[in-house]
Design a protein around this ligand. Structure first.
Ligand SMILES: Nc1ncnc2c1ncn2[C@@H]1O[C@H](COP(=O)(O)OP(=O)(O)O)[C@@H](O)[C@H]1O
Ligand SMILES: O=C(O)C1=C[C@@H](OP(=O)(O)O)[C@@H](O)[C@H](O)C1
Ligand SMILES: [Mg+2]
Length: 199
């Protein structure tokens, strides 16, 4: 069975650090799965009619996080979607309740690679002050254990192309769905063997 068949319409959420490729790989997943594609940052920008940098500067990070949760909540009621999230979506425990209604994929990219990709970037407000490498290291250290709660861990190296990452990711998603289906089947069999008693 292919990955789309295994998924049965369940959403796919991409999480990971800024620059890890959530937006890039999310589009490829959507194409391959024939899913709709959404990016929480892009939806927030459209609704607020402001870029993320301006929301942070004029309204502050807490307001951005509120908009992010509202956006994720709305998406979680849909099916057949691939959703690229913002890197900080994992910070609110409440957001995990929404992410868990789909398959969560962590794009795990070394800080050195993120540094190379984001050196010229001006669109990520949390990286505009201080030393870029140091900021990335601090964020990576504080978030790794949270990202690791994803269903699927996708380690990425400097030379992996988006096409290679997408193919590997889709295979891992299919394997995870198959493992879950087997587990569900076993639980059902165990319950069927149990006599039903009423005290
Ligand atoms: N596998 C890759 N190889 C090289 N560059 C990449 C790869 N994936 C993403 N990029 C580039 O890195 C930058 C950040 O990617 P993006 O998809 O916006 O990440 P995110 O949404 O996780 O912040 C973009 O310039 C993108 O073109
Ligand atoms: O990691 C973060 O806290 C953020 C990541 C950004 O998205 P990307 O991960 O797509 O860069 C964006 O949501 C905002 O600047 C905050
Ligand atoms: Mg992005």
């Amino acid at each position: 069975m292919d990955t789309a068949t295994w998924l049965q319409g369940i959403n796919v959420y991409l999480i990971g650090m800024m620059g890890s490729g959530k937006t890039t790989i999310g589009q490829r997943f959507a194409e391959a799965l024939e899913y709709r594609y959404f990016d929480t940052d892009q939806l927030i920008e459209t609704a607020a009619k402001q870029p993320v940098t301006q929301i942070f500067a004029e309204s502050g990070e807490p307001v951005f996080r509120e908009l992010e949760t509202n956006t994720l909540q709305a998406l979680s009621s849909m099916t057949r979607c691939t959703i690229a999230t913002g890197g900080g979506i994992i910070l609110k425990p409440e957001n995990w309740g929404y992410l868990r209604n789909g398959v969560i994929v962590w794009l795990d990219v070394p800080v050195d690679v993120l540094y190379d990709r984001l050196q010229a970037d001006t669109t990520r407000p949390l990286l505009q002050q201080g030393d870029l490498r140091e900021q990335l290291e601090i964020l990576d250290a504080s978030r790794r254990s949270i990202y690791s709660q994803a269903d699927i861990h996708l380690p990425i190296t400097a030379t992996d192309t988006p096409a290679q990452i997408a193919t590997r990711g889709l295979t891992l998603i299919a394997q995870a769905c198959e493992a879950k289906a087997k587990e569900d089947d076993q639980i059902q069999r165990m319950n069927a063997d149990k006599p039903f008693t009423v005290n």
